[in-house]
Design a protein around this ligand. Structure first.
Ligand code: SF4
Length: 64
């Protein structure tokens, strides 16, 4: 079974909100930093687009 691990590098995140607006099912902002709702997912949809939209490259998605 394929599992995707979604992570935010909080040091790189500038809190622009792009990931949250593109993919609110997986990302939310709190205290000016992005967070992941569920770190492991079997399927990803908007997460890849959110990752590509991040201006600082703070989002990483790994899969097995
Ligand atoms: Fe942070 Fe990147 Fe999300 Fe912007 S798109 S809030 S910089 S993780």
């Amino acid at each position: 079974m394929k599992v995707y691990k979604i992570k935010i590098d909080k040091k790189k995140c500038i809190g622009c909100g792009s990931c949250e607006s593109i993919c609110p099912e997986s990302f939310f902002l709190e205290k000016g930093k992005a967070n992941v709702k569920k770190e492991k997912k079997e399927k990803i949809t908007c997460e890849e687009e959110a990752k590509n939209s991040c201006p600082t490259g703070a989002i990483s998605i790994e899969s097995n």
